[in-house]
Design a protein around this ligand. Structure first.
Ligand code: ADP
Length: 374
């Protein structure tokens, strides 16, 4: 049975980018989002204006949907569990999500299924400040962090004490700083029938803990690609997951792959799929959660890059002139999320560049950043 009325909890750009896939698959989208100005409001067939964690609104949404899925993880899981036990269909199932919503729980889950991860501990009291993870060390909020908000790279105990007190959270995750040679990511999907498909392993480039650029494919040996794919397969199978995930990893200086985190949804590192692939991560998400098969992916060129357009000021500008300059570069595809306000670090849009050489893509990515941030 095809489930063709899909509810989405969250109305940001990740929900907005479902538009073309929904049209192609003849799927009706209902969006639950807190703000009338959120990007996905304009593409929804029906809208429930309500906070993400408002389970009463989700209950209402369930009455007009065959299945509900997620575009962010800031949900109230126990309340949704009540709905699920009363017959509301969520894909991914809530049992698959429950080990993933909290960064500490994720780490414990990865450890239990023997995936390679950085060493970690909990910071809950003064005694925990005497950790054995060395310095620098990474301090992370357990929930509600994104785009580097809630992640701190810390150089000494004094700084750790200060930031921990300032953040004022009773429990935070501490983990060893990994001096990686590259950061990698992979998008993967599993459908209701249990089929799994992986997109290519990509290299992601972060600045101040926020993704700036993605290069496809990552320039790593085949054995490492297989290693990353095996991690994706293990994660999706162990979770009996239905939907798309983004998995972020570190490639260490001695060529080991460590899992950083898994995002239980479509992901920034997979935006290139809109332009490079015949089936984007957004279509794959809708296919997975509605009972369709996951076809083999075809590519329009051998390589691609993605550049995020991040806010660098507070403004209401729609940056038409900069967008026109970027659009004038050959083989680029600009996706503008139509947000009404720009703030520092906010994701306002992204650009995909298709090509056949890494060098050419790096040059064009640098040119796009020069236009955007000048
Ligand atoms: P978020 O969920 O906000 O994206 P992440 O845990 O992915 O937070 O961290 C953001 C970025 O911070 C990573 O992409 C990486 O560049 C850096 N980072 C996070 N954890 C570590 C670590 N243990 N060692 C080194 N760098 C890290």
């Amino acid at each position: 049975m095809v489930l063709n009325r899909v509810g989405i909890i969250g109305g940001g750009q990740l929900a907005w980018m479902l538009r073309d896939a929904a049209t192609k698959l003849n799927i009706q989208l209902v969006v639950q989002s807190p703000n009338q100005n959120d990007p996905a409001i304009s593409i929804a067939n029906q809208v429930i204006v309500a906070p993400i964690a408002d389970s009463f609104a989700t209950k209402n949404m369930s009455q007009i949907c065959d299945v509900i899925t997620f575009e962010n993880e800031f949900i109230d899981l126990p309340k949704l569990q009540n709905l699920e036990s009363n017959g509301v269909k969520f894909y991914p199932r809530l049992n698959s999500l429950s080990p993933l919503l909290d960064k500490f729980d994720q780490r414990c889950f990865f450890q239990n299924i023997n995936l390679p991860i950085p060493r970690f501990s909990l910071l809950e009291n003064e005694t925990d400040l005497h950790h054995d993870l060395g310095y620098p060390v990474v301090l992370k909020a357990r929930r509600h962090g994104y785009d580097g908000y809630g992640t701190f790279i810390i150089n000494n105990k004094q700084e750790l004490t200060e930031i921990w007190h300032r953040y004022n959270s009773p429990s935070m995750l501490l983990e060893e700083f990994v001096p990686y040679q590259q950061e990698l990511a992979i998008m993967a999907a599993r459908n209701i029938q249990g089929e799994v498909i992986c997109y290519p392993v990509v290299q992601t480039i972060q600045k101040d803990q926020v993704c700036r650029q993605v290069f496809v494919p990552a320039q790593i040996p085949d054995s490492l690609v297989k290693n990353v794919e095996a991690i994706a397969y293990t994660l999706l199978s162990k979770l009996e997951y239905v939907g798309v995930v983004g998995i972020e990893l570190f490639l260490t200086e001695d060529n080991r792959v460590l899992v950083n985190e898994i995002a239980p949804r479509t992901h920034n590192s997979g935006h290139y799929t809109l332009d490079l692939c015949d089936i984007s991560q957004f279509e794959m998400q809708l296919r997975a959660v509605t009972g369709l098969n996951l076809p083999e992916i075809k590519f329009k060129s051998s390589d691609a890059a993605m550049v995020n357009l991040l806010g660098y000021e507070t403004s209401n500008s729609d940056y038409q002139e900069k967008r026109a300059q970027i659009n004038a570069i050959s083989n680029t595809y600009l996706h503008w999320y139509n947000k009404t306000e720009s703030r520092k670090g906010r994701k306002l849009g992204h650009v995909t560049i298709l090509g056949n050489s890494r060098q050419e893509l790096e040059q064009k990515a640098a040119k796009i950043e020069a236009i955007w941030y000048q």
